[in-house]
Design a protein around this ligand. Structure first.
Ligand code: SAM
Length: 449
């Protein structure tokens, strides 16, 4: 066939065949998706879209398959195509809004969700309102989100999801008393781990409620014994002195987070630490333009690797979460990756490094003297240790309502100096946002003499 061959529009009955083929392939894809075989479902639905490009149901199905495989941009394109075909009902608009939220595009998501709601009463379509409220939270518009969640809850007082959304928004606004009230009212109708968790979080921030908070987390653990975060919060609320979050809980948390960590941290939470680490390493006063070897402690999915690969000959990553390391491996940035709990070991190689980095890792390690000593021993003379901490105003280190540790400036300085380091810089920085609010921290640069 020559390249300039014109292709005639299909005859009307050919269109009918195409639509029938598309419908059969779509049905096959739906069944495959329901059985959990997402890749085979995607292959079938690709053929359905080829057979009939105007088949809105096939495009929506392909969007679901793509989203399940982590291709959020592709899923968004499919759903936007359905909108431009003029075939998007509330369900498709709602799906598009949710995908846009996952991409961190909250303003566009709100537009989609508002169109999806389209004056439908909250008692009939509560989920459309809850998704709109979530997008508003992403925008930082907490007040509007709370009003929306309250409207849903007023229309459906026993709706556990509405109570969860409302209490979550109130927690973000630090209105702990109301968050606890909302959870308690909802718990009279239905007992869920998530509601108990929000209740415990609210109570743990209220004076004199430590025991009640521990009770709430205890019940959350009873309802879902595998919930590591609830177990961790129970230990904190029970007054157990925590020196670090146990490695298996960290691993479990991040194993579950790994597939959407990059999108969440970079696009939604505006995570800045890897870029700040690069800036510190290349600082003209204490840094270098090129490193022989860098050790990335708690390397996660390799966001620091992306930032430093071009300035080091050798790059090693260590992390306790296998799934985070699989994501890092897929980026092809590291010369070595190792599963290890840094509280126990810093890996098995005996190389001396020119720099060690721990970006957003100390949130899981309270007492820092052991880590500082281990890193010191792995650095060559002159080697830099660059790490971030969330700032605690008073205590040496303590677990925040988020379940992560924060550290005081004095404690961090004292601890790294006791390990033998010289402190080169302790810059206050905005590390990321959390629920629309900035997370303030410190980026520390310490040097082995
Ligand atoms: C918030 S992520 C940061 C990942 C990466 N440094 C970044 O900047 O994107 C924290 C990482 O530290 C890891 N981590 C936390 N505690 C750890 C420990 N005790 N040993 C090894 N890795 C740990 C977690 O598994 C997770 O991958």
């Amino acid at each position: 066939m020559s390249l300039d061959t014109t292709i005639d529009a299909p005859a009307p009955d050919a269109r009918g065949h195409a639509a029938a083929d598309a419908a059969a392939l779509r049905a096959e894809a739906s069944a495959l998706l329901a059985s959990g075989d997402v890749r085979a479902a995607l292959a079938a639905v690709e053929r359905a879209v080829l057979a009939d490009e105007g088949d809105a149901d096939a495009l929506v199905l392909r969007a679901d398959c793509r989203a399940a495989l982590g291709d959020l941009a592709g899923a968004t394109d499919d759903l936007a195509q359905v909108v431009s075909l003029g075939k998007a009902g509330p369900d498709t608009l709602d799906r598009l809004g949710c995908r846009l939220q996952e991409l961190g595009l909250f303003d566009q998501a709100v537009v989609c969700h508002v169109r999806a709601v389209d004056a439908a009463p909250p008692e009939r379509h509560p989920e459309l309102y809850l998704h709109l409220g979530a997008a508003m939270l992403g925008q930082g518009n907490h007040k509007a989100a709370v009003e929306l969640f309250e409207a849903v809850l007023a229309a459906r007082p026993a709706d556990a999801k509405a109570a969860l959304s409302l209490s979550g928004a109130l927690l973000q606004m630090k209105d702990y008393r109301r968050a606890a009230e909302v959870c308690r009212a909802a718990l009279e109708a239905v007992d869920t781990t998530e509601l108990r968790h929000n209740l415990g979080t609210a109570l743990s921030m209220m004076p004199g409620e430590k025991e009640a908070a521990a009770d709430a987390f205890r019940r959350a653990v009873e309802l879902d014994p595998g919930n590591g975060h609830a177990r961790h919060m129970l230990s904190v609320a029970s007054g157990e002195r925590m020196e670090a979050m146990p490695g298996e809980i960290v691993a479990g948390t991040f194993d579950g987070y790994a597939s959407y960590y990059d999108a969440d941290m970079v696009e939604k939470l505006r995570y800045r630490v890897p870029g700040l680490v690069r800036r510190a390493l290349l600082d003209p006063f204490y840094g270098k333009r090129r490193f022989g070897a860098i050790l990335d402690v708690g390397c996660g999915t390799g966001l620091v690797g992306l930032m430093v690969r071009d300035v080091t000959d050798h790059l090693k990553g260590v992390d306790v979460s296998r799934n985070m390391l699989l994501q890092a491996a897929s980026k092809n940035l590291y010369d070595g990756l190792e599963v290890a709990d840094v509280n126990e070991s810093l890996g098995t190689d005996d190389r001396l490094y020119d720099a060690a980095v721990a970006a957003d890792v100390c949130g899981y390690i309270g007492r820092l003297d052991g880590l500082a000593a281990k890193i010191f021993a792995r650095l060559a003379p002159g080697g830099l240790f660059v790490f971030s901490v969330e700032r605690h105003p008073t205590e040496d280190y303590a677990v925040l309502g988020s379940g992560r540790f924060a550290h005081s400036r004095d404690y961090v300085k004292r601890t790294v100096e006791q390990a033998g380091f010289l402190v080169r810089s302790m810059a206050p920085e905005r590390l990321r946002v959390n629920a629309g609010l900035p997370v303030e921290g410190i980026v520390v640069v310490a040097q082995r003499p």
